[in-house]
Design a protein. Structure first.
Length: 367
């Protein structure tokens, strides 16, 4: 028999020709829907706290201690509350209510940090914060505030940090089960308010891994429950950083950042695309000298490739010397040769690269 959804989309179980089923068993199928109903639905577009980086739902922002996570989320909170720009360049749209659970701060520090980031601008009225909450009541606190702001569009909650309120495992519960239980509870509370975003700050683990999702401290339970994972990477003492983003509703990418004055995180580029290009160039030039780094950067600006003559003109050396640089970088895997005398970034997919130089450069000494 064809499944016919009721007015709310649920399948009418009573229409089935089947043996009697107990009410308890039928209750298990409450909310069952079919493809015909789903095909007719129109859902609102995904909302973002920070477009391209932090969508609605439950996000984890992870990084080592003292990497600047709190400065980053405060910048985001102030941008959302004022309808300004996050990370210096990302327009967040209309101002929206923000709750910042700054559990490691006080009023004096909060005021000082806001003024540092805002310069002469006033602290936005839609920015709200708590520095203390009742023990073991963080989820209830978030739910109460979201209910209070339920008439607003896409409110943002930031929890800084999860470690301050993480409960212990219950008797017989493994660490993974505890992490997944807490992560799932955080996700449920924000999912009850479509359009809302919950960003939870968490420390990373000290162990290194090729998969940056493995940076989340603890078990995989938290990462498994989160909709989005954002990892902030900054070598100790450096001003350059990297924002690694992955999730169910965002494009997985790395974005280059730079920190001004030890407080203000900014995209290293005018938008996310430019910051992603900068991140690619940084990875390709890591450990190289100034001249080689400059060459890698220039090659990244020529997606169709570049040859020794054109490169030599850009960097002010003879074509034969530019060719030697290119061959050395290709041998090191920093660039790839795609045609006769043509080199490009290994991070740019090959579509149609034409040979732009027909005479192979002569070997020569590198100045």
């Amino acid at each position: 028999m064809t499944l016919t959804p009721q007015h709310n989309g649920s399948v009418d179980i009573d229409q089935f020709d089947a043996e009697p089923v107990s009410p308890e068993a039928l209750a298990l199928l409450d909310g069952l829907r079919d493809g015909a109903w789903l095909d007719q639905q129109t859902f609102p577009p995904l909302r973002y706290a920070v477009p391209g980086v932090l969508p609605e739902g439950f996000s984890l922002l992870v990084g080592p201690p003292k990497a600047g996570k709190s400065w980053m989320v405060l910048d985001i909170a102030l941008a959302v509350a004022s309808g300004g720009r996050a990370l210096g360049h990302i327009a967040v749209g209309t101002d929206r209510p923000v709750l910042y659970l700054a559990l490691e701060d006080g009023d004096r520090r909060m005021q000082a940090r806001c003024r540092e980031l805002l310069d002469t601008a006033p602290i936005p009225a839609r920015f709200e914060y708590l520095t203390r909450i009742q023990p073991a009541r963080v989820i209830d606190t978030v739910r109460a505030w979201l209910a209070l702001r339920s008439g607003d569009t896409a409110p943002l909650v930031i929890l800084d940090t999860l470690g301050k309120v993480m409960p212990p495992a219950v008797v017989g519960e493994s660490a993974y089960q505890r992490d997944y239980r807490i992560g799932s509870a955080l996700k449920r509370v924000v999912d009850d308010y479509p359009g809302a975003s919950l960003v939870v700050i968490h420390h990373d683990r000290k162990a290194t891994s090729d998969d940056f999702v493995e940076a989340v401290s603890g078990t995989n339970g938290l990462a498994g429950a989160a909709d989005t994972i954002v990892v902030l990477v900054r070598p100790r003492g450096e001003t350059d950083g990297l924002l690694k983003v992955t999730g169910r509703d965002v494009t997985e990418a790395d974005y280059a950042l730079t920190m001004a004055g030890g407080t203000s995180w900014r995209l290293d580029g005018t938008d996310l695309d430019a910051a992603a290009t900068t991140a690619t160039t940084r990875k390709a030039s890591d450990g190289l000298g100034d001249r080689s780094t400059e060459i890698v950067r220039l090659i990244g600006q020529h997606p169709d490739g570049i040859g020794p003559t054109a490169l030599g003109q850009l960097i002010g050396v003879e074509a034969k010397h530019a060719g030697e640089y290119l061959r050395r970088l290709a041998s090191a895997g920093r660039v790839v040769k795609t045609g006769r005398g043509v080199y490009r970034s290994p991070h740019i997919p090959v579509e149609s690269v034409e040979t732009v130089e027909t005479n192979p450069p002569q070997l020569g000494a590198v100045s």
